[in-house]
Design a protein around this ligand. Sequence first.
Ligand code: OGA
Ligand code: MN
Length: 211
Amino acid sequence: MDDDGDVDDDGDVSDSLGVSNDPDLWVSGVSIRDQFLAPAQIHSLVECAHRRRAHRGFDSARIGSERGLQRREEIRGDSICWITAPLLPAEKVLLEELEHLRLELNREALLGLFELELHYSWYPPGAGYARHVDQPHGRTQRQVSLVLYLNEGWTPAAGGELRIFDAAGRHRDIEPIAGRLVHFLTPEREHAVLPTHSDRMSISGWFRTRD
Ligand code: OGA
Ligand code: MN
């Protein structure tokens, strides 16, 4: 850990922040699984993202609620593409894997997770996402947030870490390396994407309860 309470990505992290690499979400509220998908599957998803981009599937992400959506690049600089039908083959494989995860979470914690919303996020160099919580104001359906990283050959110099805060304001940074899946309990979990110096691609999603 360094002076400001940060924690190295690769060390023993079951420290003051209470975040551990234990895939058990219930111990810490945050789970990190490396190689959630095999490298070849990740590579196929990268190709899917490029294909959707070539078909103009990406739009600048906006912030706020349905009534007041706005583009504020200084707060959120990514472009997103919702993963909706028709699905590409690698996307179908991903959804099957995430369905296993959904059932596992429901079995372990009776969260009543019912559906999944999922999009690609592409952060160009210089972009980030300021500290936030993943819940539109006044809503409660999003229960578990997940992010799967698609950045093959990522190096620490590229920045773009996911910064996760605890209730006391301490944080740890997680590198967005290919195949890594991070998921956490959505309510009140503040987090941010630090400015990236390279193109940064991920898939973000939320397991939701019924409306
Ligand atoms: C988000 C988000 C984190 C990341 O899309 O809401 O916080 O590491 N993403 O991409
Ligand atoms: Mn978020």
